[in-house]
Design a protein around this ligand. Sequence first.
Ligand code: NAP
Length: 252
Amino acid sequence: MADGVLIVTGGSRGIGAATSRLAAASGYAVVINYASDAATAGSLVSEIVAAGGRAAAVQADIGVEADVVRLFEEADQLGPLRGLVNNAGIVDLAARVDAMSFDRLRRMFDVNALGPIVCSREAVRRMSTGSGGQGGAIVNVSSASAKLGSPGKYVDYAAAKAAVEGFTVGLALEVIGEGIRVNGVRPGIIDTDIHASGGDPDRVVRVAGQLPMKRVGLPEEVAQAILWLLSDASSYTTGAILDVSGGRAVAP
Ligand code: NAP
């Protein structure tokens, strides 16, 4: 069984919620971060506690540094940090780059790229054996779009995810002697609410038949990969990005 505290950003819905459930069942005390939907985060905490697990919900906007710092300080109250899943992510409405406002671009990078980097900074400060920590693991949730580019839809999102992938490799090597492994997962199209927030609620149904497995993925299938990368079972894996895309290599 895992011990210590695990922070899952955006842990209240979708892939994050599946990860929080599995992590709690694996023994972690899970800090479920969310942005605005306190009720959904609260009901997931209740569900985990009722099942005998440990969890707490903490509101924080991952795109705001002061919120991230507060999130980690609140997590400190629960015990030593042993893991971080940088899962919170956003898309915006489909658009070409020549129609994107600077505000949109800034928000996309604040939440999807800078957020995971600042969260990782806070995690390394706590987990590094070089500064008295017990070691741990970081898993960054990228996207198949980092390779595909998502033209005409959200190139900004794809570019922010590509930044996270470069960061994953660099940080992994930076802390390789400090008891911390850093990896990523690269999900394909997964059945969550994110598609509706991008203005395309029917995407999951529409594209399923065009995918290699003739279906989209489930949040639980991504969570299993994340939990493996967090666990000692992946002890020789660092700086890796694992495709969890059902074989999808090119768009639809
Ligand atoms: P989702 O269903 O839309 O859930 C998003 C979660 O993130 C919610 O818990 C939400 O909290 C939280 N969140 C949103 N903005 C936040 C912010 N600024 N600060 C903190 N938390 C925030 O998303 P998902 O589909 O599970 O996606 C999870 C990750 O997987 C994202 O990084 C996404 O890019 C990536 N991904 C998803 C897919 C896919 O097809 N679903 C594919 C590839 C990659 P509230 O409920 O409070 O807003």
